[in-house]
Design a protein around this ligand. Sequence first.
Ligand SMILES: Cc1cc2nc3c(=O)[nH]c(=O)nc-3n(C[C@H](O)[C@H](O)[C@H](O)COP(=O)(O)O)c2cc1C
Length: 383
Amino acid sequence: MNKRKFLKIAGSTSVIVAATGIGVFLTTRTPSAALLPWKTAGSQYSDPMRRSLSYAILSPNPHNRQPWSVDLISETEAILFCDLERLLPQTDPFSRQITIGLGCFLELFSLAATHHGHRAEISLFPEGEPGEQLNAKPIAKLKLVADAQIAPAPLFLQTLSRHTNREPYDITKPVDQDILQEITSVAGTDVVAGGVGQGAKLQNLRKLTRVALLDEILDPKAFRESIDLMRIGRAEIEANPDGISLGGAFLETLSVVGMLNRKELADPDSSTFQIGLDMVDDQALTAMGFVWINTPGNSRHHQISAGRSYMRIALGVTSFGLTMQPMSQALQEYAAMKPHYEQVHQMLTRDGEERVQMLARIGYAKKTSPSPRWPLSTRIRQT
Ligand SMILES: Cc1cc2nc3c(=O)[nH]c(=O)nc-3n(C[C@H](O)[C@H](O)[C@H](O)COP(=O)(O)O)c2cc1C
């Protein structure tokens, strides 16, 4: 939500007076505790397992649900589970995206371990792959082995700078095809990654992601899931450092003057809802390129591979001074997305078998803030 649009709707004097009267209050709105895991990653822990995990919790994951839960066995061994309380039943009915998020977690865990001289041995689904629904069985067994010869992991150096960026991207700065190629080349060998930065395909993907996102917002059940996960203002973000944070001085101003709350957000006749619709254009139509990740099938192993690959690509994107935002709606498996799902698969897959697991817009934009995280200690179940 930008200031231009805010001023457009906040035309009434009373609103402006109220907003200017709370300037001092607004300077204190950073949710410091919710952002602490970005500051303490690595430094707080001397044992290799906690140190690597403290980076892994900074991975991208759908709706920032942070669905990871870890049983610590020793300083070098642990078991990763999915926290089944943190699923997204409406927009991610088979937890495909949640599993991708766990793949991101495993990749960042592995890169962090490598950076600190350990090889991460990851055994996926040691008690079998879950079927249509995730279950309480382990996602992965983790083991760290000291290895003085291990090759460095330069992508890891971008960990603290990588953030999902939902700002409009700079439409005067195209994304070079060579850079796109370099970025997708870090994807790994068990996925097929593609990218586009110009031409009809870029235009068509802008249109497709725009319409799919609009349809999600206009689908009451799907949008309700997002609204329920919105954390409005610092107090809510600090209390629940996950979900979709609507923080910062500007959004908090809207909240204080009563223009930003769950009722307004859900009401298609409200100006807040209208701003939400405008934001869709700001995001989809300023995409200066798209990157996608396909897998040959859609097993849980494939989903984990897609997540590991997305993690690497996101770090690669950051290293080029670019930024990225997944635009996942068209890939989702609920009724309103069916036509978009079919279209995106027609556009981006080589045959009917491949599955598009991730689709993200890419471009240059002003820096964005990190998103909140639960502290590592709250994600560990000591055994
Ligand atoms: C599988 C997956 C799907 C995602 N889909 C979207 C999306 O459709 N729109 C969006 O803005 N962000 C999406 N994200 C990004 C997450 O919202 C983001 O990673 C999370 O809020 C944490 O923020 P961070 O990436 O800045 O650390 C997705 C991330 C993953 C891993």
